[in-house]
Design a protein around this ligand. Sequence first.
Ligand code: MLT
Length: 398
Amino acid sequence: MNEKILNPYYGELPESYLFSTIAKKIAAYKERNPGTEVISLGIGDVTSPLIPAVIEAMHKATDEMAQKATFRGYGPEQGYGFLREAVVRGEYAPRKVDISPDEIFISDGSKCDVANFQELFSADCRIAIPDPVYPVYLDSNIMAGRKKNIIFLPATAENDFQPELPEGGVDVIYLCSPNNPTGTVLSKETLTRFVEYALKNGALILFDAAYSAYIRDAALVHSIYEIPGAKECAVEFRSFSKTAGFTGVRCAVTAVPKELGKLRTMWLRRQTTKFNGVNYIVQRGAEAVYSESGIVQTKQVIDTYMANAARIRTALAECGFTVCGGQHAPYIWWKIEGWNNSFEFFDRLLETCAVAGTPGSGFGRCGEGFFRLTAFGDPERTKTALERIRNNLKSLRC
Ligand code: MLT
């Protein structure tokens, strides 16, 4: 094959995706240490089973698929009306946000949507990305040849992890709140500044709210559309993965308000061409997340994860470390004092404690000197991981 046909921009990416690199390192460690049980607090993958309300709905939908009269083939392209309506009722109406079902698009994951959305933009548009943040925003724009058009918005301890407005003009701004990896919820003031900037400069905000179910304070902003004017300048991504344990099931929501005009019809055109929808059984399961019992059971699972988060925060603080996050998000952002290379710290933690996390620099340059632990682990295994850290403190100091 002639390599000239290959997309040259892939050469500008790190060799492998952050979580693939981590998985490879863990696999290599396990091969070297076959008897040792590794506890992974790395990738943010859920460990609690699906809630009974979801399982019941999926069983019922499976039975429907077994009968000629109720069998379904291709579904509606934007997702079934029952789910889009449930999303509006469950996510937006309680916060007095006026989003209608035809502004909702159901997909098989926020990762795909957030990575695919940039296809709608011109090759030379200017992009602003917080640093540190979920690496998909950056990698997908590099793949599209925009590396030179990207500016970073540092979110550090100095600015309370609230990114500053971009200097100069940008066309697209990614925001993630609660932030992956820092766990910070963007304040109303910060979001208002970004919305005002976007409206003034004709920019678009891509708002990733995948972790909003973890916000414990009702007064904090859960949806960008709570900010006046946001419907004219923002797309929002929400996910069932972390909210309802759908990481392996796959279902998500993207809201593209009518006020965004052509962008909404372009996204519809893109999805109808390249995507054939989420299966009926999964959409019925997702709908059940918003049922009376679904809401109660979902909250119980989230409470379990947040108890883990509190446990991690307390244990690390008792060991003398500075920690952020973990209060409105399932991620703990651990300051690894003295370490200039968070990948080296990853190796040390794995070698000495058989515990895996995620190196901060994998989320951007400003993540260097930090390390992310997830609260999605099983509670007992999380306690064991913390015990191992406590017992190996000396070797974890640089
Ligand atoms: C993470 O660990 O950051 C997430 O699990 C990644 C994802 O949701 O794709």
